[in-house]
Design a protein around this ligand. Structure first.
Ligand SMILES: Cc1cc2nc3c(=O)[nH]c(=O)nc-3n(C[C@H](O)[C@H](O)[C@H](O)COP(=O)(O)OP(=O)(O)OC[C@H]3O[C@@H](n4cnc5c(N)ncnc54)[C@H](O)[C@@H]3O)c2cc1C
Length: 805
């Protein structure tokens, strides 16, 4: 059941917010509670047309989509806050999303009455004909003396108060079901025919054809070409199925693909209106009620894998290759996690192949720096490798070679030095030698293994994602991370593996204190118990869990509550918590990575012109360069933060051609939407991004001269490719967003999860971003894919080996 909690105040610090946050956290076993803020809404004014503005529309949609609403109110002069009143005016002006919606009222106040008067008034407002909510009677939860009601962790101090709140909430959930059953569908009539509409998706508009008979929606056909493969597929199947089977527009959006889900719902709503029906009537109809069966479902297998991302599917494929059974359990409706979101490049030193590419200007200088590096700065376990690497580099440079150099040792030392960092507390961290050695020794084997599974790599491009520090990226020919996920999914399905989606794992199954499987909850809230001899945790990191990032952070001076993330919303640290529940040790949790070049609003990576760093030209809000664009991600992030966070990537027409995962159509759409700037002259471009034209022209003139010379006296950029000279010119706005979490469960080279004494926790393995110890303080771009496929393979093998022994 999906509940929306509306925080009825615009105050920054408020017990009203804390109350809903407490309910969200502590009652998650009863229902999924999403919180909504009203603090950024304009003040209601009936003579302006703001009701069609995005934040108001978005909130309206969320209310419509929820099964029930909780409103938390504070008390001001015996009434609700003016922000809450204004919000309710918007919600009863043009659209009426509260109409027939079950609502629970809770509240707090600093006085002992605990918002009694405000709640009474709120109930009156909710009963008004324009609002027409169905308010839960009785169950008055009044939290008085709110200043002293919560402890430092945001927990309500008094246990009796918690118990009462829980009882009220349980009553509300029963009330929601009753209210749903009460809403009798209103008749609708359509002009039969096929209606062509276009709906807004994640990557622009997509066409749809909706076929109506006299009183039914019969068919929904969608042209899916423009949408991201994999992520949106579930939307295109599930939403039309639910609309047609329930003849309702009141359907749940698909987690992780809400924009596309709303696109489909809105598209059908438009068709309904065109056919002479009333979309609002269909929006008020009850949701399709999946059959509810209470008895737990029990399954048995050899190995159960938690998480259907890259590491999980790889582990599953390895298990199947060794002839054992496997079940992959995935929290979200579609598999892929963060892996399906990647740009694709995977690091693996393959000198034979890389030597066929020319060296770029500046690469030799980077190698020379290694020769000059002070060996006393190298940690003892890496020293022998470092000395051998120096010998390799000397040999390469002395022979005047002009091809691209690489070796496994260069990859290893770059991973180690790239990850060596000191946090705010002065704690130094670097990658654990044995794990980094496995990663770099076996990365190429993983590329070949993936080729065997069916992933085709582009032999003509050696790529370097941002912050990778060297060109050793193997990039699949098919689009983005989908190439990996689709090949692995086919392999697992064809070899008899099971992939169960929409099934978050909530607990590890313990028998006599030993891990013997997992317990998950399906979409109908039914328990699914999977008995297995081994469990592989592959549930990714915790980049989408800002609270968890903030809790462990020891690296960044501040992590904003509102920070955007490039991660799938599913990546909330579940596997780390599952591991901790059986005593697992954690490593490097304070170190997280921000992606400096993210979309300022959505945190996404592949909007605008995302080009290789050799072609980056980063300018701040004054139009000046501010960093060596070839630097690692954390250096770029800190430089961006120091320059006000927002900055621009400047490109010209030739640089545009090197951008990942875009097309002229997408570029044009973004220019039209105002999220990417384009101009025929640099001066015009400067005016669009509000910087002084003379400053930007001077910046680019200097940059071009450095690119020509292969040397940057200002910031030390050493690797250049193209200059900025050919119109049209582009500026892509960027801002750092939470991207990767380096810390996680402590593992050994066989991926066993270790406890705090360094002992193996029997039957429990972890692979991928859920595990720590490899990337330490900073992950090199392209190293994560190498990690998840390498350690995913090892986890599958180790689990099978130990079952058979
Ligand atoms: C936008 C973006 C671009 C990137 N580009 C690159 C790149 O080009 N090269 C590179 O090397 N790295 C890249 N990375 C990093 C890399 O993608 C990730 O580190 C990597 O994919 C993690 O893989 P994983 O299998 O460990 O986790 P994921 O792929 O995230 O999969 C974890 C899965 O577990 C599921 N799950 C979570 N909790 C539960 C639960 N309780 N029960 C069941 N299932 C659960 C999730 O839904 C998810 O499907 C990128 C990351 C992002 C976000």
């Amino acid at each position: 059941m999906k509940i929306l909690g509306i925080i009825g105040t615009n105050a920054k610090e408020s017990a009203t917010r804390s109350l809903l946050q407490f309910m969200q956290k502590n009652f998650s076993d009863l229902a999924e509670i999403e919180l909504a803020e009203i603090k950024n809404l304009p003040l209601f004014n009936e003579s302006v047309t703001e009701s069609s503005s995005q934040p108001i529309q978005e909130l309206g949609k969320k209310i419509m989509a929820a099964d029930g609403i909780i409103i938390s109110t504070s008390e001001h002069n015996r009434s609700v806050s003016s922000a809450l009143k204004s919000f309710l005016e918007w919600m009863s002006f043009k659209d009426h999303p509260f109409d027939s919606k079950p609502v629970m009222v809770v509240g707090t106040s600093i006085t002992r009455q605990g918002s009694a008067s405000a709640q009474l008034h709120l109930r009156q407002i909710l009963d008004a004909p324009g609002v027409n909510a169905i308010v839960l009677p009785g169950n008055e939860f009044l939290l008085g003396d709110s200043i002293n009601a919560f402890d430092d962790q945001g927990k309500i101090k008094n246990q009796q108060t918690i118990d009462f709140l829980k009882t009220c909430f349980k009553n509300f959930l029963r009330f929601v079901k009753v209210a749903d059953a009460l809403s009798v569908p209103e008749e609708v009539h359509f002009e039969p025919g096929k209606y062509q509409v276009s709906a807004a998706g994640h990557n622009g508009k997509f066409p749809m054809t909706v076929t109506m008979s006299e009183n039914r929606i019969e068919k929904i056909e969608i042209d899916t070409q423009g949408e991201t493969q994999g992520i949106a597929d579930t939307v295109f199947q599930r939403i039309p199925d639910q609309i047609i089977s329930g003849q309702t527009l009141n359907v749940d959006v698909v987690s992780g693909a809400s924009i596309t889900s709303h696109g489909v719902i809105d598209g059908v709503a438009t068709a309904v209106d065109l056919a002479g029906g009333d979309a609002n009537t269909l929006k008020k109809r009850p949701k399709v009620n999946p059959a509810t069966v209470q008895a737990p479902r029990e399954l048995t297998t050899d190995v159960v894998v938690v998480g259907g991302g890259g590491a999980g599917l790889t582990a599953a494929a390895s298990v199947l290759k060794l002839g054992k059974q496997v079940i992959v359990v995935e929290k979200f409706p579609s598999i892929g996690g963060n892996t399906i979101r990647t740009g694709g490049p995977m690091n693996a030193a393959d000198p034979k192949w890389q030597n066929t590419f020319d060296a770029l200007p500046g690469e030799a200088a980077t190698l020379k720096e290694v020769l000059q590096q002070d060996e006393s700065q190298i940690d003892p376990e890496y020293l022998a490798d470092f000395k051998e690497l120096k010998r390799q580099i000397k040999d390469y440079l002395e022979n005047g070679k002009d091809y691209l150099f690489d070796s496994t040792l260069w990859h290893r030392i770059q991973t180690y030095l790239g990850g060596k960092r000191t946090d705010l507390k002065g704690h130094e961290i670097h990658g654990q030698y044995d794990l980094v050695k496995v990663l770099t020794d076996k990365a190429l084997e993983s590329v070949k293994w993936l080729e065997d599974i069916g992933v085709e790599f582009d032999p003509n491009e050696v790529s370097m994602p941002v912050g990778a520090k060297w060109r050793r990226g193997h990039k699949p020919l098919k689009s983005q991370g989908f190439a990996y996920i689709s090949a692995l999914q086919s392999f697992v399905n064809n070899q008899g593996g099971q992939i169960l989606t929409d099934l978050p794992v909530k607990e590890l199954l313990l028998v006599d204190g030993k891990v013997k499987g997992v317990v998950a909850i399906d979409a109908q809230q039914r328990q699914v118990i999977i008995h297995a001899k081994s469990v592989i945790l592959a549930s990714g990191g915790f980049g989408a869990n800002t609270k968890m990032v903030q809790k462990y952070n020891t690296y960044w001076t501040k992590i904003d509550d509102q920070i955007a993330t490039s991660n799938s919303p599913a990546i909330t640290g579940d596997g780390i918590k599952l591991g901790q529940s059986v005593g697992a040790d954690l490593v490097g949790m304070g170190f997280t990575q921000m992606m400096p070049v993210s979309d300022p609003v959505t945190g996404e990576l592949f909007t605008g012109l995302q080009v290789p760093p050799a072609n980056y030209v980063m300018v701040n809000q004054q139009g000046k360069r501010f960093v060596d664009e070839y630097e690692s991600r954390d250096v770029l992030t800190q430089a961006a933060i120091d320059n006000g966070s927002l900055f621009y990537l400047i490109a010209d027409d030739q640089i545009k051609a090197t951008a990942y995962n875009t097309s002229q159509e997408k570029i044009d759409a973004q220019v039209e939407a105002g999220t990417l700037y384009r101009a025929d002259t640099l001066a015009d471009l400067a005016r669009q991004i509000k910087v002084d034209p003379a400053v930007l022209e001077e910046t680019i003139k200097k940059y071009n001269s450095y690119a020509e010379a292969g040397h940057d006296p200002e910031f030390g950029k050493e690797v250049f490719d193209l200059k900025v000279e050919q119109a049209p010119f582009y500026a892509t706005p960027r801002k750092p967003a939470m991207h990767h979490t380096m810390g996680g469960l402590k593992i050994d080279t066989q991926t066993h999860v270790l406890d705090q004494k360094g002992q193996v926790i029997a039957n429990l393995y972890a692979a991928g971003e859920v595990a720590g110890g490899i990337h330490a303080g900073n992950r090199l771009g392209g190293n994560s894919l190498a990690d998840i496929f390498t350690f995913g393979r090892i986890a599958g093998k180790a689990a099978v080996k130990e079952i058979t022994e």
